[in-house]
Design a protein around this ligand. Structure first.
Ligand code: ADP
Length: 631
């Protein structure tokens, strides 16, 4: 009979792993706790017994489900197969609700879907007592655990149904750790349940993690993944879901995808119901092949051909991650699950979790687990995930993930995740400093040389050109070369700098013509723009050393997010200008510069003064210098 229902009603030839055990348990009147990965076919575990019991005149199956969309999808699918199923929920008008209740009371429903809130109501309990109930199915049972990521307090009251209904209970989830599983069994008062723990392996999914700090680099990764899956054209098979932690990010990423020519939409709970429905429909119909969404999207979504799932930001737990990533490749064909990771993501999650009132101990434990997953250097990702969910360490490596294939070293040239810590570009101040420097130059500059100069290098390429004259020279000494390069790249991606030339690529200010009208020779701005030392032409306020010291402290203040006077005061500038100290010992004699300041800025200040020494001489002995430079 069971096989008959499976074949004739659901059209499947046989059970998938785990389904048979679960069905057999409840058909024998036992409780069951079913832990199967997303896409494994959990619904069938209660739907087959429900139809069989209904056909045998044993009553209705009550299904508690946390989302209206999920209920509606299931009811539509079941009625499409000729199964009498309905849902009662708050989005129905009273007439519809009355009709469903009448059907239920007349014993006409094989399955009735309800929300946990309704399942807890006394009026609903009274209703249940009037009709034979064959089975209670608690879907997404991990919602009763505060350790899980979808805690719903009403789930904690579901055990009350036991006092009303004498029927076996089947609890189902895709996302329970052994500890959550124990909680499910205890909270629902399951009686010596049959535990079905599926093989969590999803052999067709390729798991990958990349450590990318900046949004720009992450967007590049998203574009590359969508491109590789052939999602640019409007027609064709395959889709992608890009999960972001915040609503704002979904908009930003969707914009980037659209500007790059991908048919993309975004989805989050802050959009109007109509906008969400449109995005969902466009995605379901394949008009939007990429959907950028928060975790508001997905539960119960059954698109088989999702080829790519990118987590643009690291989610708050491995449970959330595996559930969302598990939506890829439900059709069994290969699919990629890429998680982007940066330490800042964990902070974002902390804030989100605090906002939703989750206990911090649990949040931290969940974040520690996902961070460990992200930072793992050589362990199969699939094995780590399976271990997390099953508590067993007996899993074979997948041979597909980035760790198994050794693909982590050949990422995208931006950075190698595990070999090095993430390279974060500098923030706004650092970016502005780079733009200022490029704006002063007379001609495009090599990216590497610019980075060298900003870090205060004395390399020949820097010393010979105009780079050493920049007031920004050396101001990014505190940053690594990779960081400065990453920032220049970020500016290129943001289209604030443009890259010029192929053989010797250089960068230049976006929108600035290459040849500009000559600026008037005496202006202070051109003293730097032209790169020619126009020293001693002071025009009022102090020497060039003083002006450069002032610019230096302003830049440092920006970089350090300090006030300029906190770097050092005007009187220190005057003192340095007057004394021209050429060593740190000499610097230490200047009032207002303590050991901490000298440790921090001393080298820069000495270098700055030293730079002006020979050139001061050069102003009077130009021939010597040109001989020196060009022997
Ligand atoms: P879950 O709830 O575990 O995420 P679903 O119940 O939505 O998964 O099932 C996922 C997909 O697998 C559905 O398209 C379903 O029709 C299909 N499926 C379920 N059981 C079987 C089976 N025994 N044989 C073939 N396909 C199945």
């Amino acid at each position: 009979m069971i096989e008959g229902v499976l074949r004739t009603v659901f059209g499947h030839d046989g059970f998938r792993p785990g389904q048979g055990d679960a069905v057999a348990a409840v058909m024998a009147g036992r409780d069951a706790a079913v832990l199967l990965p997303t896409g494994a076919g959990k619904s069938l575990c209660y739907q087959v017994p429900a139809v069989a019991a209904f056909q045998a005149g044993r009553g209705t199956t009550i299904v508690v489900s946390p989302l209206i969309a999920l209920m509606n999808d299931q009811v539509d699918a079941l009625t499409g197969r000729g199964v009498a199923a309905a849902a009662i929920h708050s989005h129905q008008d009273e007439d519809d609700q009355r009709q469903v209740v009448a059907q239920f009371l007349a014993g006409e429903l094989a399955l009735l879907y309800v929300s946990p809130e309704r399942a807890a109501m006394a009026s609903f309990h009274r209703m249940l007592a009037r009709v034979p109930i064959a089975l209670l199915a608690i879907d997404e049972a991990h919602c009763l655990s505060q350790w899980g990521h979808d805690f719903r307090p009403e789930y904690l009251r579901l055990h009350e149904l036991r006092g009303v209904v004498d029927a076996p209970v089947i609890a189902l989830t895709a996302t329970a750790t052994p500890r959550v599983m124990d909680e499910i069994v205890a909270s629902l008062r399951l009686r010596t349940p049959v535990i079905v723990r599926g093989d969590f392996k999803r052999p067709n999914l390729r798991f990958e993690v990349r450590h990318l700090g900046s949004d720009g680099a992450r967007i590049d990764a998203v574009l590359a993944a969508c491109e590789a899956a052939g999602l640019r054209s409007r027609a064709g098979a395959g889709r992608a879901i890009i999960y972001c932690s915040t609503r704002k990010k979904t908009e930003r990423v969707a914009d980037a995808l659209k500007s790059a020519g991908f048919p993309a939409q975004h989805y989050h709970a802050g959009r109007t119901a109509l906008a969400r429905e449109r995005a969902h429909d466009a995605f379901a119909a394949g008009r939007a092949r990429v959907l950028v969404a928060t975790n508001a999207f997905g539960m119960g979504i059954d698109q088989g051909d999702v080829r790519v799932i990118v987590h643009f930001q690291t989610p708050g737990s491995l449970e959330a991650y595996y559930q969302e990533a598990g939506r890829a490749g439900r059709d069994g064909e290969p699919a990629t699950c890429l998680m982007l990771f940066g330490a800042g993501d964990l902070m974002t999650q902390r804030k989100l979790q605090q906002g939703s009132g989750n206990a911090s101990g649990r949040t931290e434990q969940a974040l520690a687990a996902i961070e460990k997953y992200a930072r793992a250097s050589s362990r199969c990702r699939q094995v780590m995930l399976c271990e997390h969910f099953t508590g067993s360490s007996e899993h074979a490596a997948c041979e597909r993930c980035d760790a198994c294939t050794g693909a982590t070293a050949a990422l995208d040239g931006v950075e190698d995740v595990r070999a090095r810590p993430a390279v974060e570009p500098l923030g706004l101040d650092g970016r502005q400093l780079i733009l200022d420097a490029v704006a002063r130059l007379r001609r495009p500059v090599g990216r590497g040389n610019l980075a060298l100069a900003l870090r205060g290098s004395r390399a020949k390429a820097v010393a010979e050109g105009e780079l050493m004259q920049l007031p920004e020279y050396g101001l990014l000494q505190h940053a690594s070369e990779a960081t400065v390069i990453a920032t220049i790249d970020a500016l290129i991606r943001e289209r604030r700098l443009v890259r010029r030339g192929q053989k010797y690529p250089t960068v230049w200010l976006a929108g600035r013509p290459l040849r500009e009208p000559q600026a008037s020779a005496g202006s202070d701005a051109t003293a730097v723009t032209t790169g020619r030392p126009r020293r001693q032409r002071v025009g009022g306020g102090g020497s060039e050393v003083a002006r450069e010291l002032d610019r230096y402290r302003k830049k440092m203040a920006r970089a350090l997010k300090w006030k300029a006077y906190m770097v050092f005061q005007q009187r220190v500038i005057s003192a340095i200008d007057a004394m021209r100290p050429l060593t740190k010992d000499a610097l230490a004699r200047i009032p207002g510069l303590g050991p901490a300041k000298i440790a921090r800025f001393g080298d820069d200040l000495v270098a700055l003064v030293q730079r002006h020494q020979p050139r001061d001489r050069a102003a009077t002995t130009g021939t010597q210098v040109s001989l020196h430079l060009d022997p």
